[in-house]
Structure formats: C-alpha cells, structure tokens
Ligand binder design. Structure first.
Ligand code: GLV
Ligand code: MN
Ligand code: MN
Length: 397
C-alpha cells in the first residue's frame, strides 16, 4: 500500500476546523468548516477521476464505475465532529477509503462492480441535535419536514442554514436512487473503546450497535437575585438538574447501562442570577433496550418530581450488521475479532434500511473518543487501510 497517500490525505485534512487552544475539532454541519471539508472531498474525488454524486441529503458519493448500471461497494464515513472532537472519528474512515481505492489501483485491480467513497453529512448531530442526519434523511428515518425544522443553539434552522450555505437546490428526502446504488456498505472507524487493546489486535469487524437515544430535559425555575434571595424563597432549577444528573448515573449503574448529561443550557446564564430555565440533554445507552428504558423512566420520575419535562429527541434500536458478511470479512482478515459498540454510526442507519452493511474498527490505544485525546497509531491506521483494501477487493470482484 502506498503509505504516502494516507499521510498526504491526513495532512490535508488535519488543519480544517482544528481549535488552536484545545487541539480538538469543531466541524459542524453547514458551517464554513463543513464547506471546506466538502471541498476537500470533492477535490480528492476529482484527483482520482471519480464521479461525484450528491444525494437528496447532500451526502457526497464519489464513484469509480457507474452504480446505476449495477450496485456498487461503498466505503467511507463522515467528516464532521462533536464539539472538541478528535481527529479520527469519521475522517479515518473517509481517508482510509480513498487510500484503499488508490491501493487497489496501484495493484492493477479491475473491479467487476463499482466502488464508491462516501462522506455522510452531520453524523454527530452536534449542531442540530439529531445524529446521522444525512443517512437518516436518505433512508427515510428522518423526515424532511422534521430535519428542516431542527434548530441550532442560536435558533437557526437547518432550512435556513442550508440556504445560507447555498445548498437550497437539494430536495431533502428519502433517496431510492442513492440506496439502490449501494450493493454493500463498509464503514471503517476508529474503535471507541478498549476491545482491541485488550485483545492485542489492530483491526476488528463490527457485529452491531447497542440501542441508544437522546432526551431533552426542561427544568423551569424563577429568575431572581443570587445574593439577596433567601434560600427558602428560591426556585433554583440548577438544584433540580443536580438531582437529575445523579439519578441518571445511579439508574445506569442499577440497570447495567450508561447515561450522561453532556450538554446543558442555562438561562439567563449569569453568575449572580438564579436561572429561570435549565435545559439539559440525556444520552443513555445499553446492551438491552429495556435497561435503557428503565434508566429513562427513573430519570423522568425525578425530572417530573422537580416540575420539569423530558422528551425523546432520537431513539435507535439495537442494530445488527449483515451476519454472513461480517463472518466473511472476519475470516478474510485472519479471523479478526468481532466486536459490538455503543457508538452510533451511519452504517447502523443503512443496515436498518436493509443495505448489507459491515464495519471495521481500528485499535485505539486508550479507548478515548469524542475528545482531542482520541488516537490511533499510524501503523494501526495503515493496517486498517490494508484490511479495507482486502475487503473491497473481495466484495467488488
Ligand atoms: C456518535 O458518535 C454517537 O455515538 O453519538
Ligand atoms: Mn462520534
Ligand atoms: Mn463517527
């Protein structure tokens, strides 16, 4: 494999959306950073003579061969990030896809089926709140009406953001043509856990995604002076939030699940003001849907006892990847370990929509992810590219 390809692509992408102070990435949907990432993708496609096709959510597909003549093998991931995200979650899959395609060509491989590289938009949902928005729209899991009405923290809707980004030409919605072109999808991703470290292997095949969801919690209070109001007279929603956060943790422990409140908005957010409203988001996941449901029910009980409300923003059932495909890839990759994950992926959305889908995970020495500390050794990244190259050679012949 030409290691220079990987290093060059990595170097091109590295500065886009990087925060100088934290070293983390801020690559949010329909921003200037997003536009720069999309330009990078289009240039990488053009440099390889690939046909760039946008689907009805604006996801970018770069095809080698014509997938309208016969369905192809798609590989890739996403380029957006969580706030202060790492360099690997998403971009590793897209860069590895281009590098695998280059490696196949360098070997003189002639595919019998088209090969496509994809960049899914807005996978993290960091700006508009719904994760995997790009893949959910084209599969019909997210309606265009709901997607267009989603608003960011400043109240800018996705509809307005699309117009500001000059993307008004897209007719958002389920895209039968885009889905028909994908005979199989393989997403390579940095592992977001320590499964591979513990097994001493660089690459795994994904078996599925645990059920997970996001809930919005509103806790109203009464605005007042932080210095003059007697404690007994206060209606302080920050206290309610503290009880909710502790309940989420304890309920997750009781039910063998995980839960966290990672995002909070406080109004009016003044150091000397008792808040009038606190909005918090709960992320809860687990191996079993009933365990997650129990956690949410117990958090809801505390929220409602505090006079607040809790509503679901998204829910994703347990997702299994294509079983024969998973076994075939594990065998092909020297009996690679097969691991599930608690992280959501576009691969999960496509699998639910009936596309034969698999995932490859690349070892992450600390397991840390959604953080500037997210990491994978270069040798492991190259092992991931080699694995993806073998997988595509197998599926596209
Ligand atoms: C996406 O990375 C998620 O699991 O939230
Ligand atoms: Mn992520
Ligand atoms: Mn990701």
């Amino acid at each position: 494999m030409n290691q220079g390809t990987f290093d060059r692509l990595w170097g091109e992408l590295e500065p886009i959306g990087r925060d100088g102070a934290s070293g983390g990435y801020r690559r949010f949907a329909l921003t200037a950073e997003d536009a720069a990432l999309r330009e990078w993708f289009a240039a990488a496609a053009a440099a390889r003579g690939l046909d760039l096709v946008l689907d009805r959510a604006g996801n970018q597909w770069a095809w080698w061969g014509d997938p309208d003549l016969q369905p192809g093998v798609a590989i890739g991931s996403h380029l957006d990030s969580v706030p202060d995200g790492g360099a690997f979650d998403g971009p590793l899959g897209v860069i590895s896809a281009f590098a695998a395609l280059d490696a196949l060509r360098a070997k003189g491989f002639t595919p019998d089926r088209p090969i496509g590289v994809v960049n899914f938009g807005d996978e993290e949902g960091a700006r508009f709140g719904v994760a995997c928005a790009g893949s959910r729209v084209i599969t019909g899991a997210l309606s265009p009406e709901r997607a267009l009405g989603l608003a960011d923290a400043d109240g800018v809707t996705m509809d307005e953001a699309l117009q500001r980004a000059g993307r008004v030409t897209e007719e958002l919605g389920r895209d039968e043509d885009a889905l028909r072109r994908v005979g199989a999808f393989v997403e390579l991703h940095v592992e977001q856990g320590r499964g591979l470290v513990d097994l001493g292997r660089p690459v795994a095949v994904g078996s599925g995604i645990r059920p997970h969801g996001r809930w919005r919690i509103e806790l109203p209070g009464r605005a007042d002076h932080a210095g003059t109001t007697r404690l007994a007279d206060r209606d302080d929603p920050m206290l309610a939030l503290a009880a909710v956060i502790v309940q989420a943790r304890h309920a997750a422990e009781r039910h063998g699940a995980v839960a966290t409140c990672g995002k909070v908005r406080v109004q009016p957010n003044g150091v000397n003001a008792i808040p009038s409203l606190v909005t918090a988001w709960l992320d809860a996941r687990g191996s079993r849907r009933d365990a997650v449901a129990q956690v949410v029910a117990e958090v809801r009980a505390v929220v409602e006892a505090q006079g607040g409300s809790l509503s679901e923003e998204s829910w994703t059932e347990a997702t299994g990847f294509d079983v024969p495909l998973t076994h075939r890839l594990a065998a092909l990759l020297d009996n690679a370990p097969v691991l599930d994950t608690g992280a959501g992926h576009d691969a999960g959305v496509l699998a639910t929509a009936g596309v034969p889908t698999a995932m490859l995970f690349v070892r992450n020495p600390t397991g840390v992810s959604h953080s500037p500390a997210e990491f994978a050794e270069r040798d492991d990244c190259l092992a991931g590219v080699a694995a993806l190259t073998d997988v595509v050679a197998e599926l596209a012949r």
